[in-house]
Design a protein around this ligand. Structure first.
Ligand SMILES: NC(=O)CCC(=O)C(=O)O
Length: 297
């Protein structure tokens, strides 16, 4: 039996309703994270740009400085709020993402911060694939007008549980990141995301379930709640997929929390039933996880 997940884990995804006021968003996130912790979640996930509106026009205004680490409270109120909150909740906390300003290069990134149950920063991921799309008459979006991409595959170790892969939203369209994390032993792939009402119905569930079935691991897709008064209409529909790509729980558009109990048995049983893990033909094609990848922090 492969042990990827050392003990059962309750996962919570918070489909947060955020507005324009960062301080209010942080206070509101605290309420919802504590609610999830009270319900027994030991890994809690917030959505992409959880404390600001999502849009290129907003990134510079809401950006925080994270380096050198740890930042001061003035440099990054979100870093300190998330760290205290993880400690208060006594849970691992994937702090969705925030716009980051790198002070030396003056470059902006879309960055996720992950904290341990003691409030220690255990990892960061800068969105690796920027959301640049153009579907005429529907949606044109160009993150690269403002943001720079991150340059690494992010795999984090939660010592009591095992490894998770972390990426952000549009990153889910690139199966290599998921494959590398899974082949390096992740039991779960986490994607804070903010799909929209055009691409959400087409691909949100399909992509999350595809990453699950490709890799026979759990997948978590965590969106903001939909706000029709905002300039960007998030799809919502946060969900958790099993290693067999079944949807274990899915939300609608409004603010809510979805939970699932993750077990190693579910991964093991998916892999025993359909043993693609032992049937791959690395004599025919290369194993991308053995290629040249930048290591985790
Ligand atoms: N925030 C994002 O990266 C959005 C990605 C998205 O909507 C997509 O279709 O991909």
């Amino acid at each position: 039996m492969t042990t990827l997940l050392k003990q059962p884990l309750k996962l919570a995804l918070i489909q947060l309703a955020s507005g324009a006021d960062k301080a209010t968003n942080l206070t509101h996130a605290r309420t919802k994270v504590l609610e999830a912790a009270k319900a027994g979640a030991s890994l809690i996930v917030l959505p992409e740009c959880f404390n600001s509106p999502y849009g290129t026009q907003f990134f510079p205004k809401y950006a925080e400085t994270l380096l050198p680490s740890p930042p001061t409270k003035e440099q990054s109120p979100s870093y300190h709020a998330l760290s205290s909150l993880a400690a208060e909740a006594k849970s691992y906390l994937v702090g969705g993402s925030i716009p980051e300003l790198e002070p030396e290069t003056k470059k902006y990134y879309n960055t996720s911060l992950v904290f341990s149950p003691t409030g220690a920063l255990i990892g960061t991921h800068r969105k690796t694939h920027l959301f640049d799309i153009d579907i005429p008459g529907k949606i044109t979006f160009k993150e690269s007008e403002v943001l720079f991409p991150g340059n690494k595959v992010t795999i984090l170790d939660l010592p009591e549980y095992g490894k998770i892969g972390l990426a952000i939203c549009y990153d889910v369209r690139f199966p290599e990141l998921a494959m590398i994390a899974a082949r390096k032993g992740a039991f779960l792939l986490v994607y804070p995301g903010a799909f929209n009402t055009t691409t959400g119905p087409m691909h949100w569930s399909l992509l999350g379930r595809a990453r699950a079935v490709d890799n026979q691991v759990y997948v978590a897709m965590c969106s903001p709640a939909r706000d029709m008064s905002a300039s960007y209409h998030a799809y919502g529909h946060s969900f958790i997929a099993s290693p067999n790509a079944e949807v274990l729980g899915e939300l609608e558009e409004k603010e809510d929390i979805v939970y699932a109990d993750l077990t190693n048995e579910a991964i093991d049983s998916a892999r025993k039933g359909i043993p693609v893990y032992t049937q791959r033909r690395f004599d025919v094609y290369p194993d991308v996880s053995e290629g040249k990848v930048k290591p985790e922090d």
